[in-house]
Each structure stands twice: as C-alpha cells, then as structure tokens.
Design a protein around this ligand. Structure first.
Ligand code: PGA
Length: 253
C-alpha cells in the first residue's frame, strides 16, 4: 500500500546539542499528539545519525541519511557506505538531491549506482528529481524529470523498484519561498506515476509514494497534500523547527 511520508532534510545545519534537542522535541510532539498513518523521517547530518536512531528506537519516527557513497567499502577517504548506515539502523537515504547534483556534479548514472547500493544494503532511497526554472520556462520540465527517473531508477527489477520513494522537488522552489502551485505539483506527480505504470504496472505505480519538496511549510502543506498524487513531503527549512515540522505532518493525518 502507498505510504504517507513526511521527511525532514536538515541539510548542513545544527550543532550536536541543537540536534539532540530537535530530535527529542519532534519525538515528544509525535508521542503526545500522534501521527497515525504517517511515516515520519528525519534526515540529520551524518554525525548525528546514531544519536537519532538511538532516540527514535521504539518510536514511530525513522531516520534517513542525506547522502551515501556509490562504493561498497575500502579506500574512499571521507565517504560513508550504505552498509554503515544499515548497521546503525538508518532506514532511508536521500539520493540525488538537487544540491548534490549541482554542487557535487552527481549524474543520473552515479545516482543509479547510489540507488542500487542502498537497495542492496536494506536502505530505502528517497530519490529526488526536479527541473530548474529555465527548464520549466522552456517547457522541458517533463522531459527532464523523465530522464532523471528513467536513467537512475528504471533499470531496477520490479521488486526492487517497489521499495523506492520518489520526491519531486522543483529546483526553483527549494529554499526560495516560492512553492509549486497545487496544480503544478499534482500534474508532475501524476506524470511520474504514469511513467511508473508504463514501465512496471498499475499496482506498483499506485503503491509508490511520491513526495513533494520545495518551500513546503505549515501554511501551504494542506493544499499540496490534498492532491491525489501527492503522498507527503520532503521538507527542508521548515523541518528545523519541531513545531513547524509537526504542523506539516498534521496536514496528512
Ligand atoms: P526547502 O527544501 O523546504 O527548504 O525548500 C526542501 C529540500 O531541499 O528538500
């Protein structure tokens, strides 16, 4: 069945004590007010992942990493492997965020390897796709998103693909305060679901969670999540405050 998911991408923010406080605050809000039927994921920076998996043990909050190496193990100084993430109970990993595509030149080919290595090590990839403003203005947004998905995910066997979560994040909406309209989000999410149906089948397409990301906040989440093909959100800025993050979650309950 298709899961409703709200994932918080903390990016490169928070010192240790702040991270500790934020994780406790989120867990407390969820414990006190509930979040039935919504999978809540927090994606703190690497040094806080084990802290996060410890605090959220036995809770209905799960932990994701923001990145992973495309290599299994060995002489890759500074890299973090999927096996390491799995060994500290990390459940998800963001793959292909636009900031990694832009600043670290991550290609669709490399992201295919990262998706594979996650799946081979029991980690669920949250695969990000989305067009830049120029591509939307040129009317190329559907083609761009299609090639990102085809080139990085469509080599997967159906049983592997079934475990993938997709996040549509129009790059022009990330961290800008400009959100996609509810129509723009629904249109792209429906397009992505159709691609999945054509490649795999209707059942798999229906069961795939497709999240929206890009300036999603407590004020616009309700409208965005009301779309039939929007199954939750990947939240950046608004995930750094427990209250805001929980208010976003509430819109899916
Ligand atoms: P934002 O970031 O919510 O701050 O726009 C979303 C993301 O980058 O995942």
């Amino acid at each position: 069945m298709r899961k409703k998911i709200v994932a918080g991408n903390w990016k490169m923010n928070k010192a240790f004590q702040e991270a500790d406080d934020l994780i406790y605050d989120i867990v407390k809000l969820v414990d006190n007010n509930g979040a039935k039927g919504v999978e809540i994921v927090i994606c703190p920076p690497f040094p806080y992942l084990e802290l996060a998996t410890d605090i959220t043990e036995n809770e209905s909050v799960f932990v994701g990493a923001q990145n992973v190496s495309n290599q299994e193990s060995g002489a890759f100084t500074g890299e973090i492997s999927a096996m390491m993430l799995n060994s500290i109970e990390v459940k998800y990993c963001i793959v292909g965020h636009s900031e990694r595509r832009k600043y670290f030149n991550e290609s669709n080919h490399l992201l295919a390897e990262k998706a594979d290595i996650c799946l081979n090590n029991g980690i669920i990839p949250i695969f990000c796709c989305g067009e830049v403003l120029e591509e939307r203005n040129n009317g190329n947004h559907f083609d761009v998103v299609k090639s990102q998905i085809v080139e990085s995910l469509f080599h997967l066997e159906p049983k592997e693909f079934k475990r993938v979560v997709i996040a549509y994040e129009p790059v022009w909406a990330i961290g800008t305060g400009v959100t996609a309209t509810t129509e723009q989000a629904q249109e792209m999410h429906a397009f992505i679901r159709k691609l999945i149906e054509e490649k795999y089948n209707k059942g798999i397409a229906n069961d795939t969670s497709i999240l929206y990301g890009g300036s999603c906040n407590p004020h616009n989440a309700k409208e965005l999540f009301a779309n039939p093909d929007v199954d939750g959100g990947l939240i950046g800025g608004a995930s750094l405050k427990a209250d805001d993050f929980y208010k976003i979650i509430e819109n899916l309950l």
